[in-house]
Design a protein around this ligand. Structure first.
Ligand code: DGL
Length: 264
């Protein structure tokens, strides 16, 4: 595999940057391409058919960029489209992500787990199957969080609206006595500092960014596809106005970068 081959990382918006960070940390020798479908966010309130159609365009974009693997850094896109994409591109490594029910079921001490995720993820058949498979005797309380993604997109990680929304969504999970909370949307890890103010320290938070990075590494190892580096700078695209993503990159990615327009 040529050392210049890239890894494509996708989210509907900025949430996947939380996964991109973990990938860069684990695989610093890989050149990463990031695409946000900002003109079509939030995916959490869209139909699965709509998301599947978007993901075909996304996949074709990354194919044209010669990406050697595709990471769906988005739970909502994964539950809607990963099976369809794997069928279309059977030999292309496609790494998806789902709420971390299995690790949460293993971690809970009192048998009560809460899941914060998008409406689309929580209503999906794939999420129901995940619960059937891994929840076992654990009681799982689900909480859709409309509006939260938009707050993170705007870079508002701790303002009054974000705080009020998060408080409202946490309240039923705290009342139920959950000792473990799954962050089932890649936008939510950016809210960890605020979450730490709103929940007791005894509650564990579980997200899957680091596990996705490890899974990508093992998939690339299987096809002898790990780069030896050095990596080229990460490139960014969005289907929305590039300056909206450029504006939040310093806050969410930690450095400024140019963003190109993805028009399909
Ligand atoms: N970041 C996406 C996820 O992990 C959802 C964002 C959206 O609703 O578009 O589910």
């Amino acid at each position: 595999m040529a050392d210049c081959a890239t890894v494509g990382v996708f989210d509907s918006g900025v949430g996947g940057l939380s996964v991109l960070r973990e990938i860069q940390r684990l695989l610093p020798q890989e050149t990463l391409l990031y695409l946000a479908d900002g003109a079509h966010i939030p995916y959490g309130e869209k139909s699965q058919a709509y998301i599947r159609e978007r993901l075909v365009r996304v996949a074709e974009f990354f194919r044209a960029q010669h990406a050697k693997a595709l990471v769906l850094a988005c739970n909502t896109a994964t539950v809607a489209a990963v099976a369809d994409l794997r069928e279309r591109y059977p030999t292309w490594p496609i790494i998806g992500m789902e709420p971390a029910v299995k690790p949460a079921a293993a971690a809970t001490r009192n048998g009560k787990v809460g899941v914060l995720a998008t409406t689309g993820t929580l209503q999906s058949a794939k999420f129901a199957a995940l619960l059937d498979r891994f929840a076992g005797d654990v009681q799982v309380f689900t909480q859709p969080c409309p509006g939260l993604v938009e707050q993170v997109e705007a870079g508002d990680l701790d303002g009054p609206i974000t705080r009020a929304l998060l408080q409202r969504y946490l309240e039923p999970l705290l009342t139920a006595g959950c000792d473990t909370l799954i962050l089932g949307c890649t936008h939510y890890p950016f809210l960890k500092p605020l979450l730490a103010q709103l929940i007791p320290p005894s509650i564990s938070l579980i997200d899957t960014g680091a596990a996705v990075a490890r899974h990508l590494r093992s998939q690339l190892e299987k096809v002898d596809g790990l780069n030896t580096g050095p990596a080229l700078p990460t490139k960014f695209w969005t289907s929305a106005a590039p300056d909206s993503l450029e504006g939040v990159l310093p806050l969410l990615w930690g450095e400024a970068a140019g963003v190109e327009r993805f028009s399909d």
